[in-house]
Design a protein around this ligand. Structure first.
Ligand code: SAM
Length: 268
């Protein structure tokens, strides 16, 4: 997979040389190229920003350096074939929220380009222009505001990169993770079995794989109900086993007319 990142802080992306993503690059699984937006300015001061039309606080990124930086990425042939338009991910708190499903979608693409905004963001006309050459996706990391797109890109590249076959050593570990099946992961434990007066759940020492699987699934439901009850709205109630229902009931959720509904604490 080919990934291009355009930024005014290329050094921010140095973290992509480390750990699993760094190794995937060395192994040729990921081709990550970082471009300095200032290389595409034409003035002595390498200016990338200017004051906003209409007034207001802060500065806005000028459109021309963006067009000049992105243009070569349109034309360059990529592994997926020259007819496939690259996807341009524009990190923005005003974008669609990044999810594991989106990470899977992006991992299936041949070429991703990331445009890291700074200041108050990028002149909207640059994004419109890019739409003629790229599949443009404004994407938010979450409902808060960062200083720039670089941190969001680090998070997205890591989430996408680890889904590329061969990047994570044991592909099984991708299956049992939080969000893989719409639920949060169960709690995990390692040796010693007893630590500072705390014992691991006994079932994990039983060697009974069916019982362990049942325990873990119940824990997934319990944890999701407590921490992210919103995720339960997407659970297919028809596919729930009696043990799933018992775990959910214990966590305060019942199946009513095929839907998971939080029980009224007052019992009314
Ligand atoms: N004025 C913008 C707004 O209110 O929507 C925020 C600009 S922010 C200070 C500068 C840059 O940080 C954005 O252009 C974007 O690239 C990045 N950024 C900030 N928050 C983000 C978030 N939640 N997700 C992704 N990128 C974000």
């Amino acid at each position: 997979m080919r990934i291009d990142v355009v930024t005014i802080f290329p050094e921010y992306l140095a973290a992509l040389e480390l750990s699993l993503i760094g190794k995937a690059r060395q192994d040729g699984l990921l081709d990550v190229r970082v471009h300095d937006l200032r290389e595409y300015t034409t003035d002595r001061h390498r200016t990338v920003d200017d004051t906003p039309y209409g007034g207001g606080a802060g500065m806005v990124m000028k459109p021309e350096p963006w067009a000049l930086a992105l243009q070569p990425l349109v034309a360059e042939p990529v592994a997926a074939g020259p007819t496939v338009r690259p996807t341009l991910v524009v990190p923005s708190p005003a974008g669609e929220v990044f999810t594991q499903a989106m990470a899977h979608e992006f991992a299936s693409l041949g070429h991703l380009v990331f445009a890291c905004g700074r200041y108050e963001g990028i002149d909207e006309r640059a994004i419109e222009w890019a739409g003629e050459h790229f599949e443009v996706r404004p994407v938010s990391l979450g409902d808060y505001v960062l200083n720039g797109g670089e941190v969001a890109v680090l998070a997205m590249v890591e989430a996408v990169g680890r889904l590329i076959p061969g990047v994570v050593g044991n592909p099984e570990s991708l299956v049992e993770e939080s969000h893989a099946d719409g639920l949060l992961e169960y709690p995990v434990f390692t040796k010693p079995s007893s630590w500072r007066g705390r014992d691991i759940p006994e079932v994990l020492l039983s060697g009974n794989h069916a019982k362990i699987a049942q325990f873990r699934r119940a824990e997934q439901f319990r944890r999701t109900a407590v921490r992210r009850p919103d995720l339960l709205a997407s659970v297919d109630a028809a596919g729930l086993t009696a043990t799933d229902r018992a775990a959910l009931s214990e966590a305060g959720f019942d199946v009513v007319d095929g839907l998971l509904v939080r029980r009224d604490p007052a019992g009314s």
